[in-house]
Design a protein around this ligand. Structure first.
Ligand code: HEC
Ligand code: HEC
Length: 173
């Protein structure tokens, strides 16, 4: 009798397909924790001039629109741009906003907001506050950090879009 009969292959193919089906999404899930690198030159140049160029995936479309429509009074500064540059950056931000992203971080960020809220700061969102509740407020005020807005001050791999908590190093002063 053939030991590799029909039923053996039937069982084998079931095992294999279960393996393939579960292995795929698990790997995708892990990658979706990453925000990815910021990819627009104008955005990095203009918006990265005063602070870290935040990944657009952290805020909803409506937040970026509000930020880009109020650049003349931007957190006590003026960050106005010529219209062509402003339009290019806005398009980039909207296209990559949390609403258009499949990343886990974006989904969690959106879930933490009500649809009527339009946060102007990532650091003001319930998601951010929840993730940083173990960081005491005076830690954010340390000289080399300054404020919660300075993501790269603690997240060594922020620029790569990697916010893995094991890649955080809080400066001592
Ligand atoms: C002239 C300097 C300057 C420029 C240019 C600038 N910003 Fe800012 N931005 C600030 C300051 C100051 C803050 C407040 C930082 C703080 O709280 O430590 C800020 C904060 C932010 C925050 C909130 C960060 C947080 O989560 O707390 C966002 C989002 C932001 N800026 C987006 C932009 C975008 C988009 C551009 C480009 C169109 C831009 N900024 C250009 C000065 C600037
Ligand atoms: C003072 C240092 C510090 C600053 C500044 C900071 N973070 Fe964090 N962040 C942390 C620490 C510490 C954790 C891990 C918290 C934990 O595991 O309890 C964390 C966690 C996170 C997480 C969750 C990661 C995960 O694996 O769940 C995200 C996302 C994040 N930070 C984004 C940001 C962004 C975006 C900014 C800037 C707007 C920022 N952080 C600024 C220290 C900081």
């Amino acid at each position: 009798m053939n030991p590799f009969g029909k039923s053996f292959f039937a069982v084998l193919s079931v095992i294999l397909s279960v393996f393939v089906l579960t292995a795929g999404p698990a790997r995708g899930e892990e990658n979706s924790e990453l925000m990815g690198k910021v990819a627009n030159k104008a955005y990095i140049k203009e918006c990265g001039a005063c602070h870290f160029a935040y990944q657009p995936q952290f805020l909803p479309k409506r937040s970026w629109e509000k930020i880009m429509n109020t650049l003349d009074s931007h957190f006590g500064d003026s960050a106005t741009l010529d219209e062509a540059t402003r339009a290019e950056i806005l398009t980039y931000l909207v296209k990559n906003s949390a609403d258009s992203s499949s990343s886990k971080l974006s989904r969690k960020m959106l879930a933490s907001l009500s649809s009527t809220e339009t946060p102007l700061r990532i650091s003001d969102t319930p998601y951010f506050k929840r993730k940083h509740r173990e960081v005491r407020p005076n830690v954010f005020k340390r000289k080399s950090i300054g404020s919660p807005a300075n993501c790269a001050g603690c997240h060594l791999t922020a620029e790569q879009g990697d916010y893995d908590e094991h890649k955080v190093k809080i400066p001592k002063n």
